[in-house]
Design a binder for this molecule. Structure first.
Ligand SMILES: [Zn+2]
Length: 225
């Protein structure tokens, strides 16, 4: 079979699409997002910790937070990656985070990368923890080691997006426990997740790390909602 014909057929039945807006890309386009998205995408950057919603009713344990994009621009990519288990999305998502992180000194002085843990029943459901996959890409590019055995979700929680403020707080409180305190002591930890909303989940993880003697806990998320 003629290769061009094959490419055209693949193009018609499985066109390559922009991972952010799903517009069809040219077959030979090496980008994963379209021109329009690359021009219009909104970066968020470092979040003022005192403006994060959880700071109004809780002590803050993390030291800095960076988010790459506004959630609305990238929510389709996150949904495919997280809920439809499109594992191939972890490379482009991780690469966008890496580009942002390198240009904004996110990785400076970081000793270890880790992910917000999901409960083991949710891991079974999805097949993987999307945040861990993002960490692996970042670790590979930055050469900073990762460790997923320092924090675990010890209690199953409800998804945060359909809970009000009070229920969000109660839902996540003491959901995490730290393991390997000797390893954590004095370390600068970079915690990775897909979305930063109120900051409550990240703050609960940071609390566990700080109580175990971590020097700094920084948070780095793909999107801000
Ligand atoms: Zn697009």
């Amino acid at each position: 079979m003629n290769l061009n014909f094959l490419n055209t057929a693949i193009d018609i039945f499985y066109p390559k699409r922009c991972i952010f807006c799903e517009d069809v890309l040219d077959f030979d386009d090496e980008n994963v997002i379209c021109q329009k998205c690359s021009e219009e995408i909104k970066y968020v950057g470092e979040i003022n910790i005192n403006e994060s919603a959880c700071s109004h009713d809780d002590s803050i344990y993390f030291d800095k937070v960076w988010c790459v994009y506004e959630y609305d621009f990238v929510k389709k990519a996150i949904e495919y990656f997280k809920f439809k288990s499109f594992k191939s999305y972890c490379n482009p998502i991780g690469s966008f985070m890496y580009e942002y992180g390198i240009n904004n000194s996110v990785f400076e002085n970081i000793d270890v990368l880790t992910a917000v843990p999901i409960h083991k029943s949710r891991r079974r459901e999805r097949g993987f923890n999307h945040a861990e996959e993002m960490v692996k890409v970042l670790s590979n590019k930055t050469h900073i080691p990762y460790n997923f055995d320092i924090i675990k979700r010890i209690r199953k929680t409800k998804p945060m997006y359909n809970l009000d403020v009070r229920h969000r707080r109660d839902n996540i409180k003491n959901a995490f426990a730290c393991f390997n305190e000797d390893f954590i002591k004095g370390k600068n930890i970079l915690l990775i997740d897909d979305i930063f909303t109120t900051g409550r989940t990240a703050n609960e993880c940071a609390k566990v790390f700080k109580n175990a003697g971590a020097k700094n806990v920084f948070v780095f998320c793909f999107s801000y909602s």
